[in-house]
Write a protein that binds this ligand. Structure first.
Ligand SMILES: CC(C)(COP(=O)(O)OP(=O)(O)OC[C@H]1O[C@@H](n2cnc3c(N)ncnc32)[C@H](O)[C@@H]1OP(=O)(O)O)[C@@H](O)C(=O)NCCC(=O)NCCS
Length: 149
């Protein structure tokens, strides 16, 4: 089941992000839950929160700020289901486009976005600091992607 999360879901959301590692900090999660112009969607399996996505409403567009699925639940459609819900939310807002940024080396996320109709608009060179697990690799480019709604 996919449903909008509220401030009461902060504890399971923070615990999920520690496993999913989509890059959102605890203060960002709290702010997203509290902000009127941001929707946090949760993917539940029974009582277990297994995935989430954050989409923000901008003046004419919407932005996917984070998406993460628990490692034990990946490749079973949760990410795709969340992306469908993100797109439906932005369409409900009458946003013209949905935007996102992703690490150029994040192949699983890029494949997911391409499958959902996103295309690459450009790159920001060296935008992201290296992941802690790849500290020797240097900074990483950001891919800018969008999908018309
Ligand atoms: C990206 C992520 C959200 C995908 O979630 P998921 O639940 O595994 O996605 P789905 O099962 O719905 O997969 C949908 C499609 O995405 C693509 N995809 C997802 N994971 C992939 C992988 N590891 N390799 C290649 N393609 C992949 C495939 O096209 C897949 O369709 P298929 O399974 O029919 O081939 C998940 O891997 C994740 O949480 N990653 C860590 C956090 C992150 O990097 N977030 C993005 C930056 S904010």
């Amino acid at each position: 089941m996919i449903a909008e999360l509220t401030i009461e879901d902060l504890t399971p959301l923070t615990a999920l992000e520690e496993q999913a590692q989509s890059g959102a900090s605890a203060p960002q999660l709290l702010e997203a839950l509290a902000c009127q112009d941001t929707c946090v969607l949760g993917y539940w399996q029974g009582e277990q929160l297994q995935g989430y996505a954050i989409v923000a409403r901008l003046p004419f567009e919407a932005e996917l700020q984070a998406i993460g699925v628990h490692p034990t639940c990946r490749r079973s459609g949760a990410g795709g289901g969340l992306m469908d819900a993100v797109i439906a939310t932005a369409e409900k807002w009458a946003s013209e486009r949905l935007l996102l940024e992703v690490r150029a080396g994040n192949n699983s996320a890029i494949r997911l976005y391409q499958r959902c109709g996103f295309h690459e608009d450009g790159r920001r060179k060296g935008y992201y600091p290296p992941l802690p697990s790849q500290a020797a690799a240097g900074r990483e480019d950001a891919l800018l992607m969008s999908r018309l709604l």
